[in-house]
Ligand binder design. Sequence first.
Ligand SMILES: [Cu+2]
Length: 223
Amino acid sequence: MPPPEGGVPLRLPEPFRWNSAATTEGGRPMKRWTLSKKCGVFLFCIGLTAPLAMADEDEQQSVTVAFGRGLNTAQVGNIVNHAILPNNIKIKQDGVVQFLVAGFHEPVIFVPGVSHDDILKIANSGTSTFIFDPTKPPPPGAFYFGINPAGGPLNTPATPVVPGDTRSNAQNRVESIGFPANRGTGNPSSPVAQPGVYLVICNVRQHFQTGMFGFVSVEAEGD
Ligand SMILES: [Cu+2]
């Protein structure tokens, strides 16, 4: 049934019927198509802008960070892969940072007040693979001490596809670090994250020395 003169069709028009017989019934079906196209474009635009607006909020509460630039990073001296991206992370208290650890890396995060120079002095005073032994308790000032990338004492073996492929899921993993306003439970438990700037390093000595570090700025909720 055609809509009242000058009115809008009560039924939602079917968007892709413009090539059907209905299009030959005078001009009105064409108007239907035009209207449905406008509706479609409008809804499409809402679809595009709504997630962007929400992402703006989400970025402050959940941030994904590349910890290593690619999976196959076990080669000594491959400084291309000694990267934290982005390396200047902002998050609200109670937020979480997901480090996508790709390769032989170990994230360590220090409380505000521990500086890059403090750690560089320690790093330059030794020569072993790690700055802080991953099989020992966390170093002073550590807010978070990452998972041993060698897979612990069992040294989880790689699952090579081709000879020389050293990838394994002991090295390639997600480490999810919360910055809560209240202490959590568990072992290790989540310590309270006071607002401030937290230094993030890779505990592999050479990686840190070649620039694998960054910062997480934790803002108080409401700021
Ligand atoms: Cu590293």
